[in-house]
Design a protein around this ligand. Sequence first.
Ligand SMILES: [Zn+2]
Ligand SMILES: [Zn+2]
Length: 369
Amino acid sequence: MSFARRAVPGLVALAVGVGLVACDARSGQPSDRRALALGLDPSDRGEPVTASAGKPSGFLMGQLHMHSGRSGDSETPPEVAARWYADRGFDFVFFTDHNVVTDTPDLPGMLTLPGMELTQNLRTCTPPRGAPCLLHVTALFVDPGLGAVSFAQASSLDRGALYGRAVDLAHGWGALSMLNHPNFADAADLEVVLALAERGTFLLEVENRAVDSRNEGGAGRPSTEQLWDDALTRGARVFAVATDDAHHYDDAAAVRARGEIAYVGHRGWVMVRATRSPASIRRALEAGDFYATTGLVLDRVEWRGRRLGVRALGEQVTFEVVGTGGAVLHRAAGPQLEWDVPEEVRGYVRVRARDAAGRRALCQPVFLD
Ligand SMILES: [Zn+2]
Ligand SMILES: [Zn+2]
C-alpha cells in the first residue's frame, strides 16, 4: 500500500488530479518515516502467520490485494510473486498493482487473476484530515488488456466524489470494487463507506494486514471492524475482507536490512466457497459466501432458518455473535458454535472467532429483516 517508494518509469499515470503527493521515494527510508509519522512502532515486523489448519474441503484460499514489480513500490517480478503465493497453498491471487493491470499465466493449482489498485494520492481533499489523501480502491476481475490508467484533473476534491469516480470506473469495466484500508491516513469514514455501498461497492478491507493500516483505530477514529458494524447498522450490505497488501516477498530481509519496513504476505486472506474458476469465485464474493481470516481456519459456516453453525480448526477458540451497532449478542467457547438467533433480534448478525494465538476469522453478516 505504500504509495511510491521509488519513481516509476512509464507510470506517469500515477500523477492523479490536483496536488498529487510527490513520490516520497528518492529520500532514503520513506516507509519508516511514514510509519513513524503515523505513530507506529517500526519494530513491528509484520511477519507472515501460520494458518491454524490446512484448507477445508469446499473452500478456496484467495488473496485479493498484493503488488508486484509493476507497482512502483515493489521490486518482485509478477511471476515470482505468484510463485510465492502458490508455494503457500493459495488457490487464487489477484494482482492489484497501482493503476496498472497485471496478469500472468496460471500456475498449477493456482489461478492468477487481473485486478488493479485504483490509486489517487493527493496532497489535500475535503474534509482535510492533516494527512495526504491516499484514496485507494481495488478493482477485481479487470480486463488484462487494459494496461495503465490515469485520472483526469479532479473537478471536486470531496473525498466521496474522488472515491466515487474510482469505483464508477471499476464498475464501468464490469469489475468488482473494494474499499481499501479505510484507516490508512484516515482516508475513509462511515460516510464514504455508505456512499460507495450505494454505488455498488460491497467489499471492505476490515483486515488490511499491512503494518501501517491502523485497523484498530484510535485518536477519535473507530476501528475498521467498528466502521463495518456502523455501516451494517445503517443497512449497507458490505462484506469484510482480509488481505495482505504485500509488496515484498523473498526480498523482505533485504528491505529490512536497509532499515525499511517490509510489507509481506500470508497475513490476511479470504476463504471462498467456490470452485477454482473466475466465474465461481466471483459469484461467491458477490453472494458473501466467504469469510475473512488472519490465520484461523473455519471448515463449517452455515445458516439454516435462524440457526447459526460455525466450526473452527484452532486451539481455544472463542466465538462471538455480533449484531446491530457491534453489540455482542452471544458468546461461546469453541470449537463449534450452534446458536438459534432469538426472534426479537433484528437487523443483522455476524460471527467472529478468535483462537489462543490471536488469529481471527470474520464471517459475513446475515440480514434478518
Ligand atoms: Zn496496495
Ligand atoms: Zn493502498
